[in-house]
Design a protein around this ligand. Structure first.
Ligand code: GRF
Length: 203
């Protein structure tokens, strides 16, 4: 079972996947890491772990759509079974991603359907929420809108700032994402189109 990870930034969620794999908790090969940013920390982490990497830069393509089709081309060539978006900061073209629905997951730092998009910690604080969390969901053409697989919750404390909240949540993200990836690699979790999630036969 071959997993590819796409990341635009530091890559701490990728690190968590690598860690889980080393600990024998992720029965899959981390086969490929791709990025839209040549300086992404995630690429360095991947290289250190001996994982093949690639970079696609938007400026080398005429349109966003061309970029996205080239991206999935790379992944198809690598025989990827599951694509994990871990801080990949692009909105992917709906037509390009359609063949991957059911084989692509994303981690998003909010309790979806709350706070799709950016600045989720700030928005949770500004709304006066008492809890916050992270969600792993299947990716569909709707931004942060695909079926939610699993969530991790945490209490917002008085005195929390965007930074403290992000920091505490990240620790939980690092548990959540490898756990969901493992369920999929083990064949325990599937998406029956369009939106029915099954875990070990349970809906
Ligand atoms: C995480 O907060 C993730 O939920 C969000 O982007 C951030 C990525 O962090 N989608 P990292 O690059 O994995 O450290």
């Amino acid at each position: 079972f071959r997993i590819a990870v796409l990341a635009s930034g530091r890559g701490s969620n990728l690190a968590a996947l690598i860690q889980a794999h080393r600990a024998g908790q992720l029965p899959a090969e981390l086969a490929l890491v791709g990025s839209d940013k040549a300086n992404a920390g995630a690429l360095e982490l991947a290289a250190e772990a001996g994982i093949e990497t690639f970079v696609l830069r938007q400026r080398d393509f005429d349109s966003r759509r061309d970029f996205d089709f080239a991206l999935f081309d790379q992944l198809a060539k690598a025989n990827i079974d599951l694509l994990v978006l871990a801080g990949f900061m692009r909105i992917i073209d709906g037509d390009a991603l359609r063949p991957w629905v059911g084989r692509m997951i994303n981690i998003h730092p909010s309790l979806l359907p709350k706070y799709r998009g950016l600045h989720t910690h700030r928005r949770a604080l500004e709304a006066g929420d008492r809890e916050h969390g992270a969600s792993v969901h299947y990716v569909t053409a709707e931004l942060d809108g695909g079926p939610v697989i699993a969530q991790s919750r945490l209490a917002i404390e008085s005195g929390d700032t965007e930074q403290t909240l992000a920091q505490r949540l990240l620790v939980q993200e690092h548990q959540l994402l490898p756990a969901v990836a493992a369920w999929i690699a083990e064949g325990r979790l599937t998406l029956d189109p369009p939106d029915r999630i099954r875990l070990d036969g349970v809906e």
